[in-house]
Design a binder for this molecule. Structure first.
Ligand code: SAM
Length: 264
């Protein structure tokens, strides 16, 4: 029998929208609301996830052999370590999430060998993560590291200083390390505004403008001209894409943007 849960979690609803099965009724109800009452809003999750996997491939293809996936979420159809290890078979991956449900599922499905770990930790406390024995064991900060912040900084308030969180890591990283960030950004369309309201009501969070998001890359060299909607970020013919008509995408695409930067 399924346990009851009174509040939806962002990890479970996101996973449900992506087609995952690890959720409670309350998560399914909210996911169904997004897909039924705000049709097309699921593209936010889908295009964000696809962009993360492209970023993981780009990092590894560029020579990065150690990755930290911050706010990793529930295991999905394709996971960061799988993409990274296609390019770098001996890559080490640290998954981090502060949701115990995510961590339990991640430990069961993602931590398949000694080179992968799933930490229950808070992205807002980076020094605690860096000092964790598993991170010390798997990550050599004298060599390039890839850090993925997939949406997670959208759940860090201004007072908690998202740019300061990234800066902590930037200062630890060796040259040629790379940082990928995807982040909620306010949209202009009626559909985007309604989706933003529903996300804030359900999960809290922070939609930031380009200037605020770009501030998170301080000390790093942005590898593209600026931020792009995840749907359009670094299209890669080798990675599977959802077939999405441009008109359908345009109402939502602006709500989530991505950027990749390197440490010189
Ligand atoms: C929308 S999901 C994104 C999952 C994955 N990064 C992706 O983009 O495909 C956001 C994840 O961030 C996690 N999260 C939120 N705040 C966090 C924090 N302060 N520290 C660690 N994880 C956090 C949530 O539990 C959730 O799994």
């Amino acid at each position: 029998m399924r346990a009851r849960q009174s509040r939806p979690s962002v990890a479970r609803v996101y996973s449900y929208v992506l087609g995952g099965r690890d959720n409670y009724g309350v998560d399914k109800d909210l996911g169904d609301y997004f897909m039924g009452d705000l049709p097309g809003s699921e593209l936010l999750a889908i295009t964000n996830r696809q962009a993360i996997l492209r970023a993981a491939r780009i990092l590894a293809a560029g020579g990065v052999r150690q990755v930290i996936d911050m706010g990793c979420g529930l295991p999905a159809d394709v996971n960061v370590h799988e993409v990274v290890r296609r390019e770098q078979p001996d890559a080490r991956v640290v998954y981090v999430d502060n949701d115990p449900f995510v961590v339990a599922h991640g430990r069961a499905l993602l931590a398949i060998d000694e080179g992968i770990t799933v930490l229950e930790a808070d992205a807002r406390d980076p020094s605690k993560i860096a000092e964790h024995p598993d991170v010390q064991r798997l990550i050599n900060f004298d060599e390039p590291v890839g850090i993925i912040f997939g949406v997670v900084l959208s759940f860090v308030s201004d007072d908690e200083d998202p740019a300061g969180v990234v800066k902590y890591w930037t200062e630890q990283l060796a040259p040629e390390s790379q940082v990928y960030i995807s982040h909620f950004r306010p949209g202009k369309s009626r559909e985007a505004a309604a989706t933003e309201r529903k996300i804030l009501e359900a999960f809290g969070g922070h939609f930031r403008n380009d200037e605020q998001i770009l501030a998170c890359f301080e000390g790093l060299e942005l590898l593209d001209e600026g931020l792009s909607p995840c749907a359009h970020w670094r299209p890669d013919p080798e990675t599977e894409q959802a077939e999405t008509p441009e008109a359908e995408l345009s109402a939502w695409a602006e709500l989530i943007v991505a950027g990749l930067a390197r440490k010189a």
